[in-house]
Design a protein around this ligand. Sequence first.
Ligand SMILES: [Zn+2]
Length: 119
Amino acid sequence: MKWLIVIVVTLVVYTWISRVKNNINLFLENYEIAIIDKEDVEREGRHTDDILQLRPETYDKSIDLRGTPTHLCPCGSNIWSLKVIFEDFEIATYFLDMECVSCGSVATAPTPVDRKEEL
Ligand SMILES: [Zn+2]
């Protein structure tokens, strides 16, 4: 009698494990698992379309590049924050000091006059 109980319990456990295994396989066939830690979530949060979030995480690597007008920051970014004045729905004036949105370096904004000097 004791052996019969052991055999029945073994069959029940085996059946249960088989069902769990089948469900796991079904799950893995239909879904992808992404392991995301807290840093990934925070990093991902910085890649929003919100322009106000477009700023450097830290200014540790920022440098003062002011003097020579430039389009591109040494960090590789070509997006700058600068102050502008609008007139008649267009940018009428902009300040020459600008800040890289990626690393925080400050540089001099290019102007049409600088283009003539290059030619
Ligand atoms: Zn930069």
